[in-house]
Ligand binder design. Structure first.
Ligand code: HEM
Length: 505
């Protein structure tokens, strides 16, 4: 009755199929909702297969907000054996992302972007450890508030140039803002002899590098991040290695120019110059310094431009809030000079407007991935060691306790009854704990001076025939496709505005 007896081949195939099914099921469910000590993971939707994306691919910010509303302030997603935790409310963010900062200083492994394309040297992607500590110390020393003050004149001059550009060609407002933030970052990083025109070969190389970066940093693009053995397959990742060589040679050239300026005694103040002057103190190799400088452009130019353009659009959508800031600026500054950094402490309405705008439509809606290096127990739930943890800006910005009526654009929520900024209201525009943005003092100054000058110079309005789509705004921020049409109505004679902007440039 050999007729029904399976052949050896069939037996093997059966065993393989059964083992695979068990393996696949195991992969899907092994991160069971309880950890080894029986403490449950934070709640969340059912696990997905390891090749599927646990994160929603479209409408991400709103999906995360709905999940946080459904599952709670700390929720988890499971992708195969990987646990991803999303923190979506302020109190939980303070208790976990800030107070457990030492456990969350690491980043999840990123082979394609972090290791191959960035050669393990891009600060944003560097895992915790000795190299991270050296980079962090160097960057914080030279971008802390006192050091950032040294760049204020650069920021003020570049912002006035942007006002003149907007006066000449208001349609391209978002592009003028991008040019402003790019020129600030390049001058802060490399000093005065920085190229300014769009067809300069260095700018062309930078643009190309950014294109590589956008393609590679999109999560899930490279299989090697799920199957690490692929990196050892001959020929695999050739494009990534070429991208690495491309940007390393660009970054070396840029810092080399600063060294040349220094040798001729012609170098103005810059981040690159202070690094080169302190080589022994920071113990960074030549390439680590080149990468630390070079990657400031991708970290800081686009993010600051998105922040400023978001605030321009917020002003257009909320004329009363804008008028209140202008009333304050007029009272402090008057009409015969432009606002300066000296006015900083006298403009709480402006600071409140900025804080509210960056909460209302966060620059980084999802947040950046951290990695837990130990179990974190939070209110009876366990964030296990190895989990990827996002302090997620969009759901946090919708925290109804911290920000009652969160959809409302209300700068007054940041002020106390005497009109001063409230120290107890917080949002995490610049991220969390020891990975918080080291460029925040430079960014805050760029945002302050550009907004002060813009609102002093113009009334910004929605065009009557093309209202701004406030809901489409969030996706536009995420995809950086921001330009909406707005009108810039000069608040004084154009000739006078031009004269005042040209003073001191
Ligand atoms: C409005 C403008 C900006 C925003 C909203 C912003 C936001 C952020 C956020 C959310 C992070 C990740 C924090 C985390 O992991 O928790 C970050 C990291 C970083 N930012 Fe910014 N940033 C801005 C401007 C800048 C500027 C101007 C620079 C440079 C001068 C800069 C340099 C960096 C660097 C190097 C990191 C990596 C830090 C690390 O991984 O340890 N950023 N930024």
């Amino acid at each position: 009755m050999s007729l029904n007896r399976p052949s050896t081949l069939q037996c093997v195939a059966g065993i393989v199929a059964a083992t695979s099914a068990v393996a696949v099921l195991y992969t899907k469910y092994q991160a069971a909702p309880a950890t080894k000590d029986g403490i449950p993971l934070p709640p969340g939707p059912p696990a997905c297969w390891f090749w599927e994306n646990a994160f929603p691919v479209s409408n991400m910010a709103h999906t995360l907000e709905n999940w946080v509303a459904k599952y709670g302030p700390v929720m988890s997603l499971r992708q195969g054996s990987q646990v991803i935790v999303v923190i979506g409310r302020i109190d939980a963010a303070i208790e976990i992302m800030e107070k457990e900062g030492g456990t969350l200083v690491d980043r999840p492994r990123s082979i394609a972007f972090g290791e191959i394309m960035s050669g393990g040297m891009r600060m944003l992607m560097v895992p915790s450890g000795e190299r991270f500590r050296r980079l962090r110390k160097a960057i914080h020393t030279h971008l802390q508030p006192k050091a950032a003050e040294a760049y204020q004149d650069i920021q003020s001059d570049a912002a006035k140039e942007a006002i003149l550009d907007i006066l000449n060609n208001p349609k391209d407002h978002a592009r003028h803002v991008q040019r402003f933030t790019a020129s600030v970052i390049l001058r802060v990083t490399y000093g005065k002899s920085t190229p300014t025109s769009n067809d300069d070969p260095e700018i062309v190389r930078l643009e190309e590098d950014l294109r590589h970066l956008r393609a590679v940093s999109r999560p899930g693009t490279f299989l090697v991040d799920r199957i690490p053995l692929l990196q050892y397959v001959p020929g695999y990742g050739r494009v990534l290695r070429e991208y690495h060589e491309f940007e390393l040679s660009l970054f070396r050239d840029q810092l080399g120019r600063v060294a040349d300026d220094m040798s001729r005694n012609e170098a103005g103040p810059s981040f690159g110059r202070t690094l080169l002057e302190n080589i022994h103190k920071h113990r960074l190799s030549g390439d680590e310094m080149a990468y630390l400088c070079g990657s400031l452009f991708s970290a800081g130019a686009d993010s600051t431009a998105v922040g400023i353009t978001t605030l321009v659009l917020a002003a257009a959508c909320h004329p009363e809030a804008q008028a209140r800031v202008q009333e304050e600026i007029d009272a402090v500054v008057g009409k015969d000079r432009a606002p300066t950094f000296e006015d900083w402490s006298q403009l709480p309405q402006l600071h409140a407007f900025i804080s509210e705008g960056l909460r209302w439509r966060p620059v980084s809606p999802i947040g950046f991935a951290h990695r837990a290096t130990k179990d974190i127990i939070w209110r009876g739930q366990c964030i296990p060691a190895g989990a990827t943890v996002f302090g997620s800006h969009w759901p946090i910005s919708r925290d109804p306790v911290a920000f009652p009526d969160p959809e409302k654009f209300d700068p007054q929520r940041w002020l106390d009854p005497s009109g001063q900024l409230r120290p107890d209201v917080r949002f995490f525009t610049y991220g969390f704990g020891r990975r918080a943005c080291p460029g925040l003092h430079v960014a805050n100054r760029s945002i302050y001076i550009s907004l002060a000058l813009l609102l002093w110079s113009f009334r910004i309005a929605e065009p009557p025939d093309a209202p701004i789509d406030v809901n489409g705004f969030t996706d536009a921020v995420s995809s950086r496709a921001l330009p909406f049409e707005v009108e810039f109505v000069p608040r004084m004679k154009e000739q006078k505005l031009m004269e005042i902007m040209e003073v001191g440039m």
